[in-house]
Design a protein. Structure first.
Length: 311
């Protein structure tokens, strides 16, 4: 979010986002409260093992639903912290403090911290028993090396915002709309989607600005590294060790899940949403879609979906 003072239609859009954020302040600690009323908080169709030949008892499905939701929320907490770091870094470098983009970044920081507080509370209520591989010292060291590389590349950070918002948005949309989802989970999903819609709009607005004025390494990352990150982020939302909590082999089950046709199509759907945003912003062009984007999104050179593409 490197701020540049401009008088463009983009600036007007950002000003409207500022107005919307000011009018729709929701405090989750008072406005999004509750408890789970169902043992199985996510329906069978939304469990990651749906479509696989795996027999689970009702109690096992209930446990797995809670463990999967906790994994998704924990991943969301990690990603929210990355976004907070990115916006803070860019604000610290900005000299245009009166630009509406600067103001909106402050709005988004406040909203992301509220989301994180809510996620922490829901994870505490879920009481997961899974081993979390992103809590290890090795993973922390890797993140400490990789995070500065991301923060110094504003277009890549914008693209990651799109990825990190589109993936959970799809899951939350399905959860909020499914009649068998626990009502508390549905309420949390609706709240988060409402504010993330503005964050997506902001990233779609700024990614083109940043891409046109950035370094070649930043552009390279958007074109060739971000599509690989989509696969990793999507597949790791539900991390392998949740399956061990119900007696399933973690890595083998996770491998089967990520190759299951329904999951592959969901991953492609998320990738297409990000790809379309980059096309609309002028970052990528129809007829010249990079190969990695085509493979991850399941599209041709023009960005059009390819039917019956193998996983």
């Amino acid at each position: 979010m490197t701020v540049t003072q401009t008088s463009t239609p983009n600036t007007a859009r950002v000003e409207r986002l500022n107005t919307a954020s000011l009018r729709r302040v929701i405090e989750p600690d008072s406005d999004v409260v509750g408890t789970f009323t169902k043992d199985q908080v996510l329906p069978d169709e939304l469990l990651s093992v749906a479509g696989l030949d795996i027999e689970l008892s009702a109690d096992q499905r209930a446990v797995l639903s809670r463990e999967e939701l906790a994994s998704i929320l924990r991943f969301g907490l990690l990603f929210e912290s990355v976004l907070i770091s990115g916006f803070g870094y860019q604000l610290a470098l900005s000299t245009e403090v009166t630009d509406p983009r600067f103001t909106y970044a402050l709005h988004e920081l406040g909203e992301e911290t509220r989301h994180s507080r809510l996620f922490v509370r829901v994870v505490e209520q879920l009481e997961p028993n899974q081993f979390n591989p992103i809590d290890t010292k090795l993973d922390s060291r890797l993140r400490s090396r990789m995070l500065p590389l991301l923060l110094r590349r504003p277009a890549t950070l914008d693209a990651f915002v799109l990825v990190g918002e589109e993936i959970p948005d799809l899951f939350q949309k399905m959860a909020a709309e499914h009649p068998d989802t626990d009502p508390y989970v549905a309420a949390v999903s609706r709240y988060h989607r409402q504010e993330e819609a503005r964050h997506l709009a902001f990233a779609r607005t700024t990614v083109g600005e940043h891409y046109r004025n950035t370094t070649w390494t930043d552009r390279f990352a958007v074109r060739h590294i971000v599509p690989l990150a989509i696969v990793g982020m999507f597949d790791f939302m539900v991390q392998p060790f949740v399956y061990r909590t119900v007696g399933l082999p973690p890595l083998r089950t996770w491998s089967h899940v990520r190759k299951q046709p329904g999951r592959v199509e969901l991953r492609r759907q998320c990738a297409r949403a990000v790809l379309n945003a980059l096309i609309d912003a002028g970052v990528l062009k129809k007829g010249r879609i990079p190969r990695r984007w085509r493979r991850v999104a399941g599209v041709n050179r023009r960005g059009e979906p390819i039917a019956d593409l193998p996983g």
